[in-house]
Design a protein around this ligand. Sequence first.
Ligand code: HEC
Ligand code: HEC
Length: 410
Amino acid sequence: MSKKSTILIFLFSFTAIIMVTSVTSCKKLFPEMINPEDGLCGPVSLSSDQTILFSAGNDQFFATRTTATGLGPYFVATGCGSCHSSDNRGHPFTILTRFGQTDSTGNKFLAEGAPQLGTFALPGYTPEQIPAGATSTKLIAPITAGVGFLEAVPDTEIVNMAIANENNPDGVRGHPNYNTVPSYVTQLNGSSPRADGKYICRFGRKASTYNLFQQVAQAYSHDMGITSSYLPVNPYNYLDQTTPPIASTPEIDNTTFYSVVFYVTCLQTPLQRNATDATVQRGNVLFMKIGCETCHKQTLTTGYSPIAALSNQTINPFTDLLVHDMGPGLDDGYTEGDAKTSEWRTTPLWGLGLAPGVQGGSVYLMHDGRAHSIQQAIQMHGGEAAVSAGRFAALSSSEQAAIIKFLQSL
Ligand code: HEC
Ligand code: HEC
């Protein structure tokens, strides 16, 4: 064997070792902040080819984008991992802002750069500002672990959960969020549109995004200013430009893009800890009894997925993927699809107990991180959730503690 090929083999093995460790490492960003046991970046069971693709996506997800790799001119963060640092809940430090849509007639500030605010700008450009008269909302990153399983839940199951609420005595209603799906999303996973051409959407705080492919395309474009063949035009900032920009050569190629979609799709679900603890079990029973589970559905079943590990699986996400009216306290004055200003998608509760480990010891819960403990998050439940939140408040302190301990085991 020549010296050159020995070196090549050595380099190849070295790269393979790095790739395999990076699959489970999840520590590209803030390594000193995250306890490895709190990270949720591991994959479902994959073939070796799929593992290589997942690993490539993992590297891209935690990579930092710069001007050399297409960042900007306007952006909110420099990589997926800046906001989704451990694939669990994000930190208010990387909160993003949307503006300009107050009702179902559409966004009135598209000519002023809506919907998303480019908080930062490269040198020579002006950071975007919210135009006068536009209402805005702030959102922190939701958990990404397990999203591939949520994508594989059939539309029919979501519709059935809404039907089951029709006569709910607590006043829980909830409906799927139907929204327009952009034309670059061509894989419609067997969904049928409503008469007005809108589809059931399920990702994002108001469930306004159809699937993970769309979510990733929007993230590259709106969060980082990186063009793809799907969204080839950089967001527009009227403060800098007199005419909207035109399509550029994509700053991320389709293969790299797809590896990131594959990475998030194949993230394992968070697994419950201390499930056999007596207090945790008592808390689980009480959680059901006081009506939390009407929205935070403990068990869902996935349908067919081309990725075998996601197909026909029973999962425990604690969401119904519906949007609910949460009352005036949580009204943000911003709409998406059919979701009104006070409506939010039931947040999946899996991974909740790991949040302090990745949010720096404190927790930042609800859509904008306004709740600093699980108790506060429950107190903020109004609207359709007011009855069950009232029942929580009426429990003895040991019963409340059992529910909290149960939620911390998720
Ligand atoms: C600036 C912070 C930020 C960056 C950067 C970012 N995200 Fe997000 N991500 C968010 C927020 C906030 C939401 C919720 C958006 C909404 O409510 O519409 C979200 C939603 C998601 C979801 C849907 C989760 C769910 O259950 O609804 C996925 C998946 C996701 N992001 C993946 C990515 C990927 C992949 C990248 C990189 C290409 C990325 N994100 C970059 C903040 C960010
Ligand atoms: C009517 C449906 C509904 C009911 C009933 C309900 N929730 Fe929620 N829950 C939601 C929605 C929607 C959100 C997201 C609100 C937001 O982001 O502003 C949420 C958010 C949460 C969060 C914050 C999660 C996070 O990661 O930010 C916790 C914790 C929670 N709920 C626990 C409970 C408990 C405990 C009960 C029972 C006392 C309960 N919920 C009853 C719909 C409901």
